[in-house]
Ligand binder design. Structure first.
Ligand SMILES: Nc1nc2c(ncn2[C@@H]2O[C@H](COP(=O)(O)OP(=O)(O)OP(=O)(O)O)[C@@H](O)[C@H]2O)c(=O)[nH]1
Length: 391
């Protein structure tokens, strides 16, 4: 029995060894293995979509990741507030703009007065030159008279003497002693009020805007009142001027009551503690009584809250006698305290400075010497005369 058992054990061991040997011989090699199944994908972070309201994100079916919108302040960039240069010395900087007046008035007179013989024909020519340059009849006569006397006294003339003579005479006519202060300083809690009047087209709105820049450049705080409610474009234009320098602009509905806009502008000026309120008026020259009623009402309404410190009449230097007549109507209707003479650049009629002051008895306080935003300058008689006769 024991013998059988031993044989069975031995046979079993041999069989196991045989199977093991065969497996080692014929086991499948690594390269024969089927390719490993692809690794499962890395788990992705969940996509959170934040579509822009009303923007592209809403239309693309939600299949893309949308970046969050930039802050609203970045989308609507506030316009940059400009800091205009101060007004001091502006006329010196702009003196070359008087070139045409210089050629006709200054250089022309210098040449005539330097002639060896000053007979009646030459004096006629001098007179004509002055009239052509819009000096006006009465000032021309006065000038010629004065020059004749002084030339006689002098006898022979050196070029320097002629220049000095002419400079003196022109300066006398431009009246350097007139008070040209622009009243724009506040009175305690109340801002100063500047009423800008004149015929449309003279540069009234432009001058109001440029004046705001002058005052801001000199460190003041300004509110603009767009009381020219008859011309929507004038209101928009004033708004742009104000926005550029950070001056508040009060506007009314198109065709609205100018006096009501003026009143609101002064109220805002007081509330904002502004130094100056500038009011651009309509100035339609339909009838003298109509104009008087309109400007009178504007002034009365303003005076419920403040005082009108300056009534600035805007006059286009290129319009000559026609402009002068219009200016006279305004001067009869309101108490004009100063003249802003625009478009003095590029006109040969610089003599209008002399005639307008004479005719209206009001000083030229500001001059427009170009289309640029900072081309409005406080008027300086000496710089003006020196620019006319050249160096
Ligand atoms: N060359 C020059 N152009 C000027 C001057 N002042 C104003 N202007 C220009 O004159 C043009 C016409 O101005 P206006 O038609 O008077 O317009 P506005 O200024 O709105 O005047 P209103 O009609 O009175 O409101 C504008 O292009 C201004 O830039 C100046 O001093 N010199």
């Amino acid at each position: 029995m024991d013998g059988y058992l031993g044989i069975i054990v031995i046979v079993a061991i041999v069989a196991i060894l045989a199977v093991g040997g065969l497996w080692l011989l014929f086991r499948p090699k690594a390269k024969d293995l089927p390719p490993a199944p692809p690794a499962p994908p890395e788990p992705k972070a969940p996509v959170v979509e934040e579509p822009l309201k009303g923007g592209l994100g809403e239309e693309d079916g939600g299949t893309t990741t949308t970046l969050p919108p930039p802050p609203i302040e970045e989308l609507i960039k506030a316009p940059e507030i400009e800091v205009p240069p101060p007004s001091a010395g502006r006329m010196i900087r702009l003196r070359s703009r008087l070139a045409r007046s210089q050629n006709v008035l200054g250089r022309g007179l210098l040449e005539l007065l330097s002639r060896d013989r000053l007979d009646d024909d030459v004096w006629d020519e001098i007179e004509e030159t002055l009239i052509t340059a819009d000096v006006g009849v009465a000032p021309t006569r006065a000038m010629v008279e004065e020059l004749r006397t002084k030339v006689k006294v002098l006898g022979s003339r050196t070029p320097d003497e002629v220049r000095r003579l002419l400079r003196e005479e022109l300066l006398t006519q431009v009246a350097p002693d007139l008070d040209r202060t622009l009243h724009t300083r506040p009175h305690g809690e109340r801002p100063a009020v500047v009423l800008v009047v004149g015929v449309n087209g003279t540069g009234k709105t432009t001058t109001s805007g440029k004046l705001a820049r002058v005052l801001v450049g000199d460190g003041g705080k300004v509110v603009l009142g767009a009381a020219d409610t008859f011309r929507a474009a004038a209101t928009d234009q004033l708004q742009t001027w104000g926005d550029r320098v950070g001056a508040g602009v009060v506007r009314g509905p198109e065709g609205g009551d100018p006096a009501s806009v003026a009143f609101d502008a002064v109220a805002k000026g007081i509330e904002d503690k502004a130094d100056t309120v500038i009011i651009d008026t309509a100035g339609r020259l339909h009838t003298k009584t109509g104009l008087m009623d309109e400007l009178g009402k504007v002034k009365r309404v303003i005076e419920k809250k403040a005082t009108v410190d300056e009534v600035l009449l805007v006059l286009d230097a290129t319009t000559g006698q026609n402009g002068m007549r219009q200016a006279q109507v305004f001067a009869e209707v309101v108490n004009v305290t100063g003249i802003a003479l625009t478009k003095l650049d590029g006109t040969a009629k610089g003599g209008i400075v002399i005639s307008v002051q004479r005719e209206l008895g009001v000083p030229v306080k500001l001059v427009g010497l170009g289309e640029g935003p900072d081309d409005l300058a406080p008027f300086d008689p000496e710089v003006f005369v020196d620019a006319l006769i050249g160096d």
